[in-house]
Ligand binder design. Structure first.
Ligand SMILES: [Zn+2]
Length: 282
């Protein structure tokens, strides 16, 4: 018996234990999509050249850029043993949206307003860094689809579209817009912690939720914010009300989602996306 144990230990030292393949929980392998999987504790994960946060429960998320390349490598390592998983990401077509009737000062801000925008961006960036530092924690259930934050909301803007404001070319749209009457309840699509609740120049009243695993979501142009920084929210909890504060042409929710610092498409996280005409609203 003693002999057998010794042999087993010797073998364990020579034969490297194979790194387990990840257990995929949910995936949407297209540009701006995501890949959510589970690995045994202690597994280090890298996506291409980027380190990926792995939760206490072994769950990790990878988000794909708007222009993500087709061939990507996920590298899972336990000690010196590694396994490569290839992720093929399908390309997407993005539309152009022409938005008219935007307040001119939000398209061509003056010096003071540029300073306000810079301060807002600093606060937003700092909140996202805080969220990433807490990425070992899991607040939400990543195996479940996210809820739509506005019930009965009509899609009025899609992720990734190139945009013109009042006829001028502008950057692409980093979120999904849901038009709804002013005052409509905005609900957390999944559990999280509030990392930002701020009145901003461009995005009006802005909330940021931290869902863990480096995933954050933002809610812009709100008429009202019902939560404050540090609050823990559950899926379905009312966090604010639809409004048209900031650079906006009518009441709607701008819903954005980020993996680490990469904007991703929030609507892909929802099981049944809403139907709606695609016309422009920030
Ligand atoms: Zn928007």
């Amino acid at each position: 018996m003693k002999y057998m144990v010794t042999v087993a230990l010797l073998l364990a030292g020579v034969v490297h234990a194979e790194v387990q393949a990840p257990q995929v929980l949910r995936e949407n392998l297209e540009q701006a999509g995501f890949y959510i999987a589970k690995v045994p504790g202690g597994t280090q994960v890298r996506f291409n050249d980027e380190k990926v946060a792995v939760g206490d429960d072994g769950i990790f998320v990878v988000g794909f850029d708007r222009e993500q390349q087709e061939h990507n490598t996920l590298r899972l390592c336990v000690g010196k043993d590694c396994r490569k998983v290839l992720l093929e990401v399908k390309p997407r077509e993005y539309v152009t949206q022409n938005v008219v009737g935007v307040p001119p000062r939000t398209v061509q801000p003056d010096k003071k307003e540029i300073a306000m925008i810079a301060a807002d961006n600093k606060a937003i960036g700092a909140a996202r860094v805080v969220a990433e530092r807490h990425d070992e924690k899991q607040y939400g259930d990543f195996a479940k689809p996210f809820l739509l934050p506005v019930k009965g909301g009509v899609t009025s803007g899609v992720f990734g579209s190139r945009r013109t404001y009042n006829g001028e070319e502008h950057s692409w749209h980093r979120g999904h817009d849901l038009a709804a009457p002013r005052g409509t309840e905005v609900r957390a699509p999944a559990a999280g912690v509030v990392r930002l609740a701020r009145m901003t120049f461009l995005t009006g009243n802005l909330l940021m939720l931290d869902h863990g695993a480096g995933v954050t979501s933002v809610y812009a142009h709100l008429a009202k914010m019902n939560v404050k920084v540090g609050d823990k929210v559950v899926a379905g909890q009312v966090i604010g009300r639809v409004g048209t504060t900031g650079r906006s042409t009518g009441p709607h929710l701008h819903w954005g989602m980020y993996w680490q610092n990469h904007p991703i498409d929030p609507i892909l996280w929802v099981k049944a996306p809403p139907q709606g005409a695609v016309h422009g609203e920030e």
